[in-house]
Structure formats: C-alpha cells, structure tokens
Design a protein around this ligand. Structure first.
Ligand SMILES: [Zn+2]
Length: 155
C-alpha cells in the first residue's frame, strides 16, 4: 500500500458497468447460425474418425481431436434428457419469457450431444425426461440461437 493511503480504511463500492462488445462467432458457429436464420434448419458436424454428431456443431471432436468437416442436416425433433424450472424472474431471463420458465437439455434425433433451450407449451408439472419435443423457429430471425424460439412437446 502506498504511503499516501496509510491509515485510510479500504472502501468497497458496489456498482455495475455496461460494456457493449461484439466478437466474431467463428466459421463453425456462423454457419450454424446462418442456417437457423436463413433456412430454419438445424445443422450438425460429424466427426470423420469416431462418427459422433455434434449439435451445436463443434469444430474439433473433443474425444479424438479430429477436425470435424462433415456437415449434415439434423432433425428438429428430439428427446428431453434433462430440464430445470425457474420460478423467479431472474435478470438473465429474457423479458418475453414469463415464469415459470423451463430450460430443457434436448438430444435431437441423430445427434450425440444435446442442446440447451427453452421448453414451452407444457406445464412444469407435466414435464418428464424422455418427452419428445420439436423446435419452433422464431418469426423474426437474426442469426442467433434465439432463432429457435423454443421447443414444444410433439403431439
Ligand atoms: Zn471423434
């Protein structure tokens, strides 16, 4: 501590800062988001060595460290493998989502990994692991994961 601050009690002031920023999504995520935005298609990357199919796509297979180059269309339907229900309106929940909000971990048909997204059109008490769900695309798409508005149960 500097001589200038001897005898001065350290103070902590709590506040918030807002720092706008932007970054390049990368070629893999960009292709995924463009497909959602322009074609309303969910695409995946397959590992050419072990065959695992990644959604969201991963540039490199985490199992065998092979660069994934085999793009394929993937079903917009899948199976709920886990979920969580928020009953309080947290700051991180978008304003267009009203509690209770359900997040689901969804393994799309043909994929080996799962995607985390909102689940709607069902009461929290009726949600169960193994539920069949399908993606609902947003009417206005901007090239983000929110181009999938949410998932709903398959009727
Ligand atoms: Zn692999």
């Amino acid at each position: 501590m500097s001589e200038n601050f001897k005898g001065i009690e350290p103070m902590i002031h709590n506040s918030k800062i807002n720092v706008p920023y932007s970054w390049w999504a990368g070629d893999t995520a960009s292709r995924f988001f463009i497909s959602l935005r322009d074609q309303q298609k969910i695409i995946a990357l397959r590992c050419g060595k072990c065959g695992k199919v990644f959604v969201p796509p991963r540039k490199v297979c985490p199992s065998c460290f092979t660069e994934n180059t085999e793009w394929e269309d993937i079903s917009s339907e899948g199976t709920l493998i886990s979920y969580s229900v928020a009953r309080r309106q947290f700051e991180s929940i978008p304003k267009d989502k009203k509690v209770p909000v359900i997040w689901g971990l969804i393994k799309l048909d043909g994929a080996d990994t799962a995607i985390l997204h909102y689940l709607d059109g069902i009461n929290p008490g009726e949600v169960a692991i193994g539920l069949r769900v399908k993606a609902v695309f947003a009417e206005s798409r901007t090239g983000s994961i929110r181009d999938i508005s949410h998932f709903v149960p398959v009727k």
